[in-house]
Design a protein around this ligand. Structure first.
Ligand SMILES: [Zn+2]
Length: 442
């Protein structure tokens, strides 16, 4: 597939097909100045529509308790994608892929419903990006809804609850890891969290950010591929004003800088080669990070985090590199992604229907893991509506533009897609050329 290679000095071993990359065009200066729209605090803009009421819950088969408890890191399974590490522990590489918010607004349901089997099939959402997502050794998404299904009542905005089949579609798409620390985590309370985790873990996902027990909340998540161990953390700024259960204050991991720094330290002490922190933060519909985002993300990187994977604003924000000077003078590179936008949703306009897939190469040599090439692949939610029923597909924009592969789009649609793609690409790349300089925190 084509993609924008933003760190061309470090070509990735997993070369893609020879299609020429679509060039990012200049775009207009200030292209990101959007007409303001009413932003509901902590909410998503699409009003809830009618949802089918006769959906059955899919039972998550298998063992729902896939999590290990205690402080033992869970070893990841190598599902392929990259060669196994050399026996002599020589250099090795692995690929981290991350996307933004996976949402389920009510209009997304009817087109995925099969009245004959009374089940949902959301796999078409992801079919066109599956070949990209499958290239990740760790492939992460933020699941911005409980998936407790009909037993707890299906609903869209403002309090979400989606069919559990969404998890099956994420599995099909190639995701390995689902984070749940976001402002919609409590939309169906502790029961919704428990049912969501049970379904995800029955499918073999690594999960982070919500928990059914103190032990689960405290468990270190370290997943190893090709001899490279990633420690994973996930936190959210809040839960839309829904209080955490008094007896379960650990149910959702909330942003708390000092606690997060301790968690990063615990992961490193337990052997994580690098640490990825998923942060649900920022201001909705703001196309640039605010000061609080910058302060927190940079503080965590200074304290030992290597990658910050941001989400929540529902639009993409830029990424930046950090150069962290250690006490011995050596420099560690960090990657801060402020927002990856909506991966799938019913939100439209002002680039809310755009997201980005990050593909990050991790290289390990002489026992030290470093961040290598970073590729960004802008995506768009293609929506077609026939007789009031909408169907959705996440598509890699550059590929669609190169091949004109969506037959329902008019020439004017393609022109809009092209100019918005240029605008989004320019925004994503607008901060990375000057790395932020940090001193390692003790
Ligand atoms: Zn959110």
């Amino acid at each position: 597939m084509s993609r924008i290679e933003l760190d061309p000095g470090k070509p990735e071993p997993s070369a893609d097909t020879g299609k020429p990359p679509v060039q990012t065009e200049g775009g207009q200066p200030g292209a990101d100045a959007h007409p303001s729209e009413p932003a509901s605090p902590g909410g998503d803009q699409t009003p809830a529509g009618d949802s089918p009421s006769d959906a059955d819950q899919t039972k998550g088969g298998g063992n729902a308790d896939g999590q290990q408890t205690g402080d033992q890191p869970s070893e990841g399974h190598d599902e392929g994608g990259s060669p196994p590490p050399p026996a002599d522990e020589g250099p090795s590489d692995a690929t981290l892929i991350a996307v933004g918010d996976v949402m389920m607004h009510a209009p997304q349901l009817p087109g995925a419903y099969d009245a004959r089997t009374k089940t949902y099939n959301f796999k078409p959402f992801f079919a066109q990006v599956k070949p990209i997502l499958e290239q990740g050794d760790w492939t992460l998404a933020n699941l911005e809804t409980p998936i407790a299904g009909k037993p707890l009542g299906l609903s869209g905005y403002p309090r979400f609850n989606a069919p559990p089949e969404l998890a099956d579609a994420l599995k099909y798409a190639g995701f390995t890891t689902v984070t749940n620390a976001n402002n919609h985590a409590m939309d169906r309370g502790a029961q919704g969290i428990a049912m969501t985790l049970a379904k995800l873990q029955a499918l073999g996902f690594d999960t982070k950010g919500t928990a059914r027990s103190k032990a689960e909340a405290d468990k270190l998540t370290i997943v190893t591929h090709n001899g490279i161990s990633m420690g994973l953390l996930a936190y959210t700024y809040g839960t839309n004003g829904i209080p955490l259960p008094k007896e379960q204050p650990y149910a959702v991991s909330l942003i708390d800088e000092q606690a997060m720094i301790r968690d990063i330290g615990r992961l490193k002490a337990a052997g994580a080669d690098f640490v990825t922190v998923c942060l649900h933060f920022g201001t909705e519909y703001q196309t640039m990070p605010n000061d609080a985002q910058k302060q927190l993300a940079r503080a965590l990187v200074a304290a030992g985090a290597d990658i910050i994977a941001g989400s929540h604003p529902h639009v993409v924000q830029p990424y930046e590199f950090a150069e962290v000077t250690n006490p011995d003078g050596s420099v560690r590179k960090g990657l801060i992604i402020y927002s990856m936008g909506n991966f799938i949703s019913n939100q439209r306009g002002n680039t809310k229907d755009y997201g980005v897939i990050y593909k990050v190469r991790i290289h390990k040599e002489h026992g030290l893991a470093t961040i290598g090439g970073v590729a960004t692949i802008p995506t768009w939610v293609h929506r077609t509506t026939v007789k009031g029923v909408s169907r959705y597909a996440v598509v890699p924009v550059a590929d669609v533009l190169a091949a004109k592969s969506l037959p329902d789009l008019t020439a004017a649609d393609y022109a809009t897609l092209k100019s918005t793609y240029a605008q989004v690409s320019k925004r994503i790349a607008s901060m990375h050329s000057v790395p932020v300089q940090l001193q390692a925190a003790p």
